[in-house]
Design a protein around this ligand. Structure first.
Ligand code: SF4
Ligand code: SF4
Length: 310
């Protein structure tokens, strides 16, 4: 993958969202670019529309009036509507876009649009004064931005050349040869780590963490700043066993990264339904609060690992 690839402003990729004035994806005020496609399937994923590399239909049921126009034009029978409900059968969807074009409320849309690196940068550049004032910049997120490595690299190179601070939020679930390509242009790696235990990692994400942990080790051997991000989910990974294993792993790295604890929230649940899927995690799992994180914070501080809770 990548080989002799030369990133250019015309390199294309699929984006499912762009958030300006973001305050949680690296230092300062940032523009976060959400790139489609992810090799993991975390059961608590709060951006499930980022998992598929393809565009897809999404329905905002909060503003759907059940008028039935989408069902009338869909030749594949994907929208099933009666007077009380709107069900989706998107496995049959041909992505013709008719449903989105007739929805007067914009409740149905196609999520995921093809953009060039220059298209993205033209949005990023709008907020340069805010980056300069706040120490912010651009963050690539997803999905997994390295799942579209050419596109992600093209954006990073352009931003880096224009002296805009660059961060990449990644699971590092890719070949090291891909990670290596980003080292020159990424000012900061935000590494989402789901679990240290391989068996539990497979249960929670569908995939082994061997490559991920190996990449974290190798990245820690460079001088590149890295923050490890952990989403704490009550009943799944918010326990002392994971905290102990994390401390053991982090303190064995060549550089000790900061740890950022993200508290699980339930805002992802309707997003699964909006793309016609059932959330993989039971819906009664509560949001995490600062009490869930307090034991972790203490344990990490005791081990001299810098930590903060978001
Ligand atoms: S056309 Fe729009 S508002 Fe009407 S049923 Fe479909 S999604 Fe809902
Ligand atoms: S985009 Fe999919 S759901 Fe919408 S009308 Fe076309 S086939 Fe039906």
């Amino acid at each position: 993958m990548l080989g002799d690839f030369e990133p250019s402003s015309k390199t294309e990729g699929w984006v499912f969202d762009i958030q300006r004035f973001s305050l949680h994806d690296g230092p300062g005020i940032r523009t976060t670019i959400f790139i489609k496609g992810c090799p993991l399937q975390c059961i608590w994923c709060h951006n499930p529309e980022g998992i598929s590399p393809r565009p897809q239909v999404r329905v905002n049921f909060n503003i759907c009036t059940l008028c039935g126009r989408c069902a009338d034009v869909c030749e594949s029978g994907c929208h099933i509507i009666d007077k009380n409900s709107h069900l989706l059968r998107l496995d049959r969807c041909m992505l013709c876009g008719r449903c989105a074009s007739v929805c007067l409320n914009k409740a149905t849309e196609i999520v995921g649009r093809k953009m060039t690196a220059e298209d993205v940068m033209s949005i990023v550049r709008k907020d340069i004064p805010f980056y300069e004032q706040s120490g912010g910049g651009v963050t690539l997120s997803g999905g997994e931005p390295m799942a579209q490595p050419e596109f992600a690299l093209a954006i990073m190179k352009m931003a880096h050349t224009e002296n805009i601070h660059t961060a990449i939020e990644t699971s590092l679930c890719v070949n090291w040869q891909v990670v290596e390509k980003f080292i020159e242009t990424a000012d900061l790696f935000l590494v989402d780590l789901k679990h240290i235990d391989e068996t539990l990692h497979k249960e929670l994400t569908g995939i082994s963490n061997r490559q991920i942990l190996s990449n974290v080790r190798r990245l820690a051997q460079t001088t590149k700043p890295m923050i490890i991000r952990i989403c704490l989910v009550p009943g799944y990974n918010a326990n002392s066993d994971f905290a102990e294993k994390l401390v053991e792993f982090i303190t064995s790295l060549e550089q000790t990264p900061e740890v950022e604890i993200l508290l699980y929230h339930r805002l992802g649940i309707p997003k699964w339904k909006a793309i016609g899927e059932q959330p993989p995690m039971p819906e009664d799992v509560p949001a995490a609060d600062r009490d869930d994180a307090s034991g972790w914070v203490q344990r990490l501080r005791d081990a001299c690992v810098p930590v903060r809770v978001q």
